[in-house]
Design a protein around this ligand. Structure first.
Ligand SMILES: [Zn+2]
Length: 108
């Protein structure tokens, strides 16, 4: 059955890694589209990027909270939660930022 064989070939053709651009078997490419060779390097970079993005998001909010006229009148806990939430969102967002950046840089 040639049709089935063709489909199997397509299935095992592999996916290109988003970092190095090398085509690898699909099973060795993770959900981030990183191959096994790039993964440790990218995870390390991701840790840095996530905190960097989180800081970029949370710092202006923290500053705004600090100069806000109601600062001190509202419970500090509330403000802290607000800044922590911003940091957390930035942390989540940092992963996407880094993935897009990696893809764009490879394309350039
Ligand atoms: Zn790779």
């Amino acid at each position: 059955m040639p049709a089935t064989g063709e489909r199997d070939t397509l299935q095992f053709q592999g996916t290109a890694c988003d970092v190095c651009g090398e085509v690898r078997p699909r099973a060795t490419i993770d959900t981030n589209h990183w191959c096994e060779d790039c993964r440790p390097r990218m995870l390390k970079r991701l840790r840095v990027w996530r905190h960097a993005t989180a800081l970029v998001v949370a710092l202006p909010i923290a500053a705004w909270v600090f100069i806000h006229p109601t600062f001190g009148r509202q419970p500090l806990m509330l403000w802290s939660l607000f800044v922590i939430a911003a940091y957390y969102l930035g942390f989540r967002f940092g992963r996407e930022v880094m993935k897009v950046y990696t893809r764009l840089r490879r394309g350039a």
